[in-house]
Design a binder for this molecule. Sequence first.
Ligand code: NAP
Length: 286
Amino acid sequence: MSIDGSTRLAGVLGWPVSHSRSPRLHNFWLEQYGINGAYLPLPTRPEQFAAALRGLAALGFAGANITLPHKQAAFKLCDTVDPFAARVGAVNTLVLTGDQIAGSNSDGFGFLAALQEAVPSLSLQGKTVAVLGAGGAARAVVAALAQSHVAQIRLINRTGPRAEHLAHDLRVAVTTVRWGERNDGLAGADLLVNTTSLGMSGQPPLDLVLEALPAHALVNDLVYVPLETPLLAQARRRGLRFVDGLGMLLHQARPGFRLWFGRDPEVTAALRRHVAADLIGTNAGA
Ligand code: NAP
């Protein structure tokens, strides 16, 4: 890579940000497509976030990804947001034009694109989906499922009121299931999505029995460290189809790359290997 006066710049703002895989994957694409661009990790303390964003605009950055803990703060600083981000109340992708900040949220796109890539024949319309968790990732997943016209979303969260707040904020009808009833709550579900951090390395295990899932069910874990979580290992043992969390991580990056660098990048086996090689023995983070 050579940097010169016309190099287009983008990056990811987070705190901390050193664990982010976004520089690794965007710079892989830049090199693959021979684009004169660079993508940087931009560690940004919460109290300096607004000033940092103004600085990027002043420096002529094409845009940025936003990761924890800034997704909601960024949302509030945007001049415009896309409808999906407006529904979720958080942005992860910014385009900077002069002093204008346009925000969008590609987490729902990444979630759906990863499922579609893994199971090309998949149609979610009319399906029953069990979602574990009601945090930031669950918001994007539930909004994407609602847009896909699923028949029922069962929201299963340790802290019940958080699930109810999510449904209220997103204006989505969900059936809440108590955490203590999570095993039975899977009965008849076509798709199970784990959006909790349970099962991630360094976190407690996810205590869940998949017996009640029908044989055709698909199991998706958003956790991608390790790539095959105990939940996915259990799905494998039961002969169920399953999708790991890396696909969402890779696909959610595509809209930003297209907006800043002018090309819709491909998620290939080579990219998966390149990013997966960096995941072993580390912590998670987009
Ligand atoms: P978050 O906002 O902190 O939400 C965490 C969720 O996990 C909450 O529902 C929380 O329940 C639940 N949880 C945590 N500890 C628990 C425990 N001991 N028992 C039961 N439930 C527990 O986090 P997030 O941003 O949504 O991220 C969640 C996971 O998704 C992380 O592992 C992250 O790496 C992954 N993720 C992956 C991608 C991807 O691209 N693959 C994208 C985004 C996130 P309470 O509400 O009861 O606290």
